[in-house]
Design a protein. Structure first.
Lengths: 149, 149
């Protein structure tokens, strides 16, 4: 069961510049940064609010680390902007299986590692009205911040 | 001060079909519907979670009601997908003035009427890393649902 907007993923060419824009314009601070080599991204998580399911909502700023990453290809085609949205769930495996059974393509056979030790999968945007949609189960005890490069 | 992700605005060609997708795929129910003649949209708000500032986060599904609306033009260019993101604040007037003073273009001189009696304004996407960004102050007592066409 999807119980929160977990994050909005925003693709950018220059992570440091984009972090500074969100800090100076809105006062949003970096909660966590990491590099996800598998996804080919360097990312910053900005925590915006906590949510009624015990989680939180973030902006996830994404800069590609290599030209063959999906985010690099997306940026080359679309320019900077909202890349995906993510819903939080306590059970990404169960929800992914349920959603797959309804005919929506789930991009991974098994959830993979996402931000802050979470487990994630993606749904095909062509099956979701043009919206690349991620499902996230946070790691136990996640949400306390830190920088893990 | 922006204190929550208020909503994610998703543009679609067929609101009823898109509402049904979100209901049948994820179990998200319609919390509110309305037509905003000024914006030229018919919309459905799906409440996803409540937020730590006393507000809530929604998906806002948007179908244009006329061909000259900004959402209709956006759909013709981009196809269906995420149209904008919105941050909630207790003081849209003050925050818009503050953000304008930093050189970000604010699209309205004064906030206009948004969903559920809220007051809203938009920031120019070219000044926000490609992200059309809305600021929202909810109406007093908003968030109790209902259908106001």
């Amino acid at each position: 069961m999807l119980t929160r907007i977990d994050h909005i993923g925003i693709a950018c060419f220059d992570l440091d510049k984009t972090v500074e824009f969100y800090r100076s314009t809105y006062g949003f601070e970096v909660f966590h940064t990491e590099v996800n080599e598998e996804q080919g991204v360097r990312e910053a998580m900005l925590k915006i609010n906590e949510t009624s399911d015990g989680g939180a909502s973030y902006l996830q700023l994404l800069e590609p680390t290599r030209e063959d990453s999906t985010v690099a290809k997306w940026l080359a085609k679309n320019g900077e902007g909202v890349h995906h949205i993510a819903f939080g769930t306590a059970d990404v495996d169960g929800d992914a299986a349920d959603i797959r059974s309804k005919g929506v393509r789930v991009l991974y056979d098994e959830p993979r590692r996402g931000s802050m030790g979470s487990r994630i999968t993606f749904l095909h945007p062509k099956d979701c009205g043009g919206v690349l949609t991620e499902l996230v189960t946070a790691a136990p005890g996640a949400g306390h911040g830190g920088t893990h490069e």
